[in-house]
Design a protein around this ligand. Structure first.
Ligand SMILES: Cc1ncc(COP(=O)(O)O)c(C=O)c1O
Length: 411
């Protein structure tokens, strides 16, 4: 690693941030538009220059092992050569050519073969496209307006996390519930009998589903005449080729995918029951760029490389080593912290009962790991990619040991 502890310069990032703030509406100083990008103020690089495998380099030339992985878009490793070649081939051939291309059919076929319950697919561009399309189809199919959702599901009106600019009429149609608590979900269905079009949820985030929870949620929704949509944006093509549906042996009516599906290229998919997907013809969901095929070629190249299970098995093993090692460090240093999540999407949560001290522990730990060349997100679970090696995990744990010692010293 090229970082020299204590001498990490972020001057290039700071200079670009100053320039960016004069012109880029998403970089307002008082209120970062994307809260998750705040990280630890001043301690993280903001602008990167290049990436390869499990590593990224910032504009100041610092090298990092990357466990943010563009919020889960990378599964094979940055700039995977096979995916890059497939995309390049598509670019050279012509990727916006007025006609549909064969690769579109090939990607749809891969998804039907891979995703449980995928009788038909609709290929879109972003995760929010796919979840919003799912809600639209569920409303069209059931003739109902209300939605129950859980987790982060995108930025469109029905799912946005901040209320600004969203009509109260829209917000009032969307309810949520307590994860792993079927009673709280039952309560929502009972409060709106015959009115809920769908239950849309991430299958899990930091907590694994309790035994029977996912199937119980599916059954409950069906008892009330609602459809079930799994938002597999993070879990799809990461926890198993067929996502959480495959891992947990359950089946939703519809499911949405993006992120790891094309190893960083912008594409998403809605998959599911043919009779529900047929509603596409009764509503309006379209974009000029849905038929752009570069990211479809990248998706096919990614899925084909994941197909034999080797890369995903590696991701799981590396993630489990990271989790076990961090849990041992927590015990060694006696810090109030807890290793959470599935191995493929691990996290270290600081759990001091005093929120200020917990924040200090968190900021110190993550600033120190960053300074030593390991990019771990302080407030969002991490991701592991198949390019991560045993030596990388050893390095992270050595850095984690030192960072935890320093954190224990301040709080
Ligand atoms: C689970 C989940 N659903 C939906 C989305 C929205 O995807 P996008 O940001 O591509 O619109 C995200 C994005 O992070 C996500 O993690």
């Amino acid at each position: 690693m090229t970082n020299v502890v204590g001498k990490l310069s972020l001057d290039g990032s700071k200079e670009l941030l100053t320039r960016g703030r004069l012109v880029d509406a998403t970089l307002s100083e008082e209120d970062y538009v994307i809260e998750r990008d705040r990280l630890v103020d001043g301690a993280y690089p903001v602008y990167g220059e290049r990436a390869r495998g499990a590593r990224v380099w910032d504009v100041d030339g610092n090298e990092y092992l990357d466990f943010i992985l563009a919020y889960g878009t990378i599964i094979l490793g940055h700039v995977d050569p096979v995916v890059t070649k497939a995309a390049q081939r598509e670019i050279e051939e012509g990727f916006s050519i007025s006609l549909r291309k064969q690769i579109h059919v090939e990607l749809a076929e891969r998804l039907v073969q891979t995703i449980p319950g995928a009788e038909r697919v609709f290929i879109l561009k972003t995760g929010s496209d796919a979840t919003s399309a799912a809600v639209r189809l569920a409303r069209a199919y059931t003739g109902r307006d209300r939605v129950v959702r859980w987790g982060y599901n995108g930025w469109h009106d029905w799912a946005a996390q901040r209320p600004g600019g969203i009509p109260e009429m829209v917000r009032s149609q969307v309810a949520t519930f307590q994860y792993n608590d079927l009673d709280s979900l039952r309560q929502v269905f009972r409060s709106h009998p015959g009115e809920i079009a769908c239950l849309l949820l991430m299958p899990f985030e930091l907590d694994c589903p309790a035994p029977g929870f996912l199937q119980g949620a599916i059954d409950l929704a069906h008892e009330h005449g609602a459809l079930v949509v799994f938002d597999e944006m993070r879990s799809g093509f990461r926890v198993a080729l067929g996502g959480a549906q495959e891992l947990f042996g359950v089946q939703a009516d519809l499911a949405t995918f993006s992120k790891a599906m094309a190893n960083g290229w912008a594409v998403s998919a809605l998959t599911g029951r043919a009779d529900v997907m047929a509603m596409v013809g009764r509503t309006h969901i379209s974009s000029t760029f849905y038929s752009n095929t570069v990211s479809m070629a990248a998706a096919v190249a990614t899925i084909d490389q994941l197909a034999d299970g080797t890369a995903l098995a590696r991701v799981k093993v590396m993630g489990a080593r990271l989790q076990d090692g961090l849990a041992a460090l927590v015990r060694k240093h006696g810090v109030p912290a807890e290793v959470r999540g599935v191995p493929q999407m691990p996290f270290l949560a600081f759990t001091h009962p005093d929120a200020d001290r917990s924040r200090l522990l968190q900021d110190t730990f993550f600033a120190e790991t960053t300074r030593r060349g390991v990019l771990l997100h302080p407030t969002h679970h991490w991701f592991v990619c198949a390019a991560t090696t045993d030596a990388d995990i050893e390095y992270v744990l050595a850095v984690g040991d030192e960072a935890m010692r320093l954190a224990a010293g301040v709080a």
